[in-house]
Design a protein around this ligand. Structure first.
Ligand SMILES: [Zn+2]
Ligand SMILES: [Zn+2]
Length: 150
């Protein structure tokens, strides 16, 4: 994401914080910025490692709570992970994921035919579908390269 898009997103983020009467602290903005800049859907711990370089006094708990606040005010989503730490996604548009089972990296991709998949008939009638996301599991190019070297 280029600097101009990030600046626009941060502006919108600050607006949303204001609407929710949330204090806009430099730490909060830094966590949001790092979340935007990461393209791998980081965990709270991964973001904590980055943000604490600029804010050595910040605690993991603060980062974790801040991320859950982001989810509550609708500027980020939690990505479904089966086992392992929660991962966070600042991309609120419809999209799908590539999930590397080796390094755990999750990257976005877009595909219209996946977007338009019909809901299956054999799900319970009273289950109200709000959205869908396809997760393709596999080995990312970086991990494949490492494998072929090893
Ligand atoms: Zn990988
Ligand atoms: Zn995503």
């Amino acid at each position: 994401m280029d600097e101009q898009r990030i600046a626009g997103k941060i502006e919108a983020f600050i607006d949303t914080c204001r609407r929710h009467h949330l204090k806009i602290t430099p730490q909060r903005v830094a966590i949001y910025r790092e979340l935007l800049q990461s393209d791998m859907h980081p965990s709270a711990d991964a973001l904590y490692q980055i943000v604490q370089q600029a804010y050595p006094n910040i605690s993991f708990d603060t980062v974790n709570r801040t991320l859950m606040t982001f989810v509550n005010i609708g500027v980020a989503n939690v990505v479904e992970i089966f086992g392992g730490a929660k991962r966070f996604d600042p991309n609120l548009t419809d999209h799908h994921h590539l999930h590397c089972i080796q390094c755990g990296k999750i990257t976005d991709f877009h595909d219209r035919s996946f977007d338009q998949l019909e809901d299956p008939e054999n799900i319970p009638d009273d289950f109200h579908v709000l959205g869908k996301r396809i997760v393709l599991k596999g080995i990312c190019s970086e991990c494949r390269r490492k494998r072929s070297i090893a």
